[in-house]
Design a protein around this ligand. Structure first.
Ligand code: ADP
Ligand code: MG
Length: 737
């Protein structure tokens, strides 16, 4: 039992110390000394060296300069010197130049709404004089000499001295924060201030492309930013951020002028899928003012993360122009942030334009370089009568690991990819010819209007729609991929349920449906080395054969291969026109369709695909024919387990070195020196192939299924989706424990 009385006593005891506090007299309010006020204000406006540089450069821009150069010493703490060729400052204005709230840009409050200058508060120079030593040298047009004068705490230290001067103004800020010990110390310890200044000027330089900018460290010969006047924004981006950025940019434009008053226009450049970076760069100008907008930045980052399978952060340059009265620039002393009317709508419109642009950016694409060397190598070895079995049947394709995937640009379809081709391994006894796949920008359609109207295709698509299982559709749209449970099944979560989903069935169906939807509108994957049909088909026939090496059967196979080749040659025109499967006049396969962007099928399955086209398609009836070809393509592009056994499972045994003595083999079985006895090349091929597939399942298959797959009702009962657990039931079990 709890003793109530003791509890109350304890509580009282705890409260008692509070009663001893004697209320203070209200402190007296005093007026701060002006110098203190000014110093506090100065510390806000000039937070670090880069803020001083920004203010000085903006002043130079306001003075109509066409050339601005910045010199920095000691991260800006020792010296910031900004020189321009602008209109200069009149002699008679010099005495009040550095007083607070003296400006040539604003006379009455209303002017704020029609302002075209960067500055207007008349605070920047004044602030600098409270926290540094400021010297101004300036000359105005028509004068034979200029003036130089130094300032402290808002006032001139002496009368302006006549001096020689070149056109414009030069402002020197020395010993920044000399009287703010704490800030100076923190800044001294951080090495990145010069970097911030370079970054600032880089941003300024690409927007103000009619002004040349330079920025260098004091005493350095070479400038770290050096831009020249250029009529093209892309050129200035190239000269400041480099070719690697500029070549991967796409232009974006949005403008809106609606009755509800949301009027703006935006133009800019955004990076495409070839651009890779860890950090987002958003260079944003609103009404020519360099600002930051974290909401817009986040909105754009979301689009990139959702649209591009590679987790690259974007480079974005945007210039937004709005009616001046829709922008409040006066919400922050440094004008770093601005407040916009209709900000949400504007961000949303920009976001959706960026999304459209990225999705439609089929002109640049990621492709892995695939070496289909087995096609050549196996054939060569067969011709030279060396037994095929010497090579493990699985050693077929050299897959490229995800981290070595290369991107190719169709604006240069002639094979930029070749630059990335790996040198051919010298040790291989046979001639290895690399077959790379390059996406061609050529759209493979002739009469898009006509073909899209083909009723047989429409019927097939309608068939897909009508078989769709609403419950599965819901699951596919909203499920989360957890991981691969084995070679074929992925674990997915939907609400409180866990399912095993057969990725082979799902991907086959998805590819089939996409083939129908993209019918006659495919982009193409170009095989750089066209592959001979008859040899590929023969290879497929031999693979199928359980009793190889029988000569009479070989003859038969060759005849079947010839017949199938003839058949496909006959159908070549149709295959190309509707399916972008291109067979050239010498019966070589040279092009395949893009079914899912970002995805290239497993080239090991080309022979099987061709055999399937020859054998399984019913060519006479239009609808059955289209269905048959689409199904064959679906099967080819499906994400089957790679033909190489999975090295992370039992398949590791497969990679033991062939041709070892039986003694060595038995050692191997006893796990002695297992590592050394593995065929490392083959092993790494296999690891790559499996990793590549898993990456595609997660980053291509599942996102695409969410968007496009209409799961047929049959999938609910044929084992494609199997519910393995549900949280409610698990709870019940645990409750009993
Ligand atoms: P603001 O830019 O808000 O007017 P500043 O303190 O930055 O205030 O500058 C005060 C004034 O000094 C400006 O209004 C301008 O007339 C003059 N000024 C400053 N820098 C320059 C420059 N580089 N060239 C010409 N005039 C300048
Ligand atoms: Mg200013």
């Amino acid at each position: 039992m709890i003793d109530d009385s003791s509890l109350t006593a304890e509580m009282e005891e705890e409260e008692s110390p509070a009663t001893t506090i004697v209320p203070r007299e209200p402190p007296k309010i005093q007026r701060l000394e002006e110098s203190v006020v000014n110093r506090i204000a100065a510390g806000e406006v000039i937070q670090r060296p880069v803020s001083a540089v920004k203010e000085l450069v903006e002043n130079s821009l306001d003075a109509d300069s066409s050339s601005i150069s910045v010199v920095v010493k000691d991260g800006g703490l020792k010296l910031i010197q900004v020189s321009d060729d602008g209109h200069g400052i009149r002699r008679e204005d010099l005495p009040i130049l550095c007083e607070r709230h003296t400006t040539s840009k604003l006379t009455k409050f209303e002017d704020l709404f029609s302002l075209s200058s960067m500055g207007f508060r008349g605070e920047a120079l004044a602030s600098m004089t409270y926290v540094a030593h400021v010297t101004v040298t300036t000359i105005t047009k028509g004068q034979i000499h200029g003036y130089r004068v130094s300032y402290r705490d808002g006032v001139m230290e002496h009368e302006p001295k006549a001096c020689a001067a070149v056109k414009g103004t030069q402002i020197m800020v020395e010993n920044l924060f000399y009287n703010m010990i704490a800030r100076r110390k923190t800044l001294q310890n951080s090495a990145d201030d010069y970097g911030k200044i370079v970054d600032l000027l880089s941003r300024m330089a690409i927007h103000h492309n009619k002004v040349s900018f330079s920025c260098r460290k004091h005493g350095a010969v070479k400038a770290d930013v050096h831009s020249v006047v250029s009529p093209s924004r892309l050129d200035s981006i190239r000269s400041v951020y480099g070719v690697s950025v500029a070549k991967n940019l796409m232009k974006v434009e949005v403008s809106s002028c609606d009755s509800s008053g949301c009027t703006f226009d935006m133009e800019g450049f955004i990076s495409n899928s070839n651009y890779v970076a860890k950090k987002t760069i958003l260079v944003l100008f609103i009404n020519d003012r360099l600002v930051e907008c974290s909401a817009l930045k986040r909105a754009i980052e979301i689009v990139y993360a959702a649209t591009l399978p590679k987790a690259s952060k974007p480079f974005v340059y945007m210039s937004i122009n709005l009616p001046r009265e829709h922008v409040d620039i006066n919400i922050h002393p440094t004008k770093k942030e601005v407040s916009l009317l209709n900000q949400e709508i504007i961000i949303e419109m920009i976001q959706s334009e960026v999304e459209v642009k990225l999705r439609n950016a089929n002109d640049t694409r990621t492709f892995q370089e695939q070496k289909v060397e087995y096609i050549q190598s196996t054939l060569t070895s067969q011709k030279s009568d060396s037994p095929v079995s010497q090579k493990p049947s699985g050693q077929k394709t050299q897959k490229v690991p995800v981290n070595k995937m290369v991107r190719t640009d169709s604006s240069d379809p002639a094979g930029r990819l070749h630059a990335f081709l790996q040198p051919k391994p010298q040790s291989l006894p046979y001639k290895v010819s690399s077959l790379s796949v390059v996406r061609s920008s050529v759209r493979q359609r002739r009469n898009p209007k006509e073909t899209a109207d083909l009723s047989s295709v429409q019927e097939l698509i309608a068939g897909v729609d009508s078989c769709c299982h609403p419950g599965l559709l819901e699951t596919v749209r909203n499920c989360t991929y957890v991981g691969m449970a084995d070679d074929v099944f992925a674990l997915v979560q939907y609400n409180t349920h866990l399912y095993l989903a057969n990725v082979v069935n799902l991907s086959k169906e998805l590819m089939y449906q996409q083939t129908l939807r993209r019918f006659a509108h495919f982009n193409a994957i170009q095989l750089s080395d066209p592959a001979p049909l008859s040899e590929l088909i023969l290879l497929a026939l031999k693979e199928e054969d359980l009793d190889p090496g029988n000569d009479t059967k070989d003859d038969l196979k060759e005849r079947i291969a010839e017949m199938n080749t003839e058949l496909l040659k006959e159908k070549a025109e149709m295959l190309e026109e509707y399916f972008s499967v291109h067979i050239d006049s010498s019966a070589n396969l040279s092009r395949l369709p893009v079914i899912l962007d970002q995805y290239t099928p497993d080239m090991d399955r080309v022979p099987e695909f061709l055999l399937c086209l020859g054998n399984d398609v019913e060519w006479e009836d239009e609808k059955s024919c289209f269905q048959g070809v689409s199904a064959a393509i679906g099967n080819f592009y499906a994400m089957h387990p790679p033909l190489l056994p999975n090295p992370s499972g039992d398949g590791i045994q497969f990679y033991s070195k062939r041709g070892e003595s039986s003694q060595e083999k038995s050692d191997l079985e006893g796990n002695v020196d297992m590592e050394d006895n593995l065929d490392q090349d083959l092993l790494s091929d296999a690891e790559n192939a499996w990793a590549q597939r898993e990456w595609s399942i997660q980053h291509v298959l599942f996102p695409s299924m969410r968007l496009f797959l209409k799961p047929p009702a049959s999938m609910a009962s044929n084992g494609t989706f199997v519910k393995v657990a549900s949280l409610e039931k698990l709870y019940k079990i645990f409750e009993r424990c």
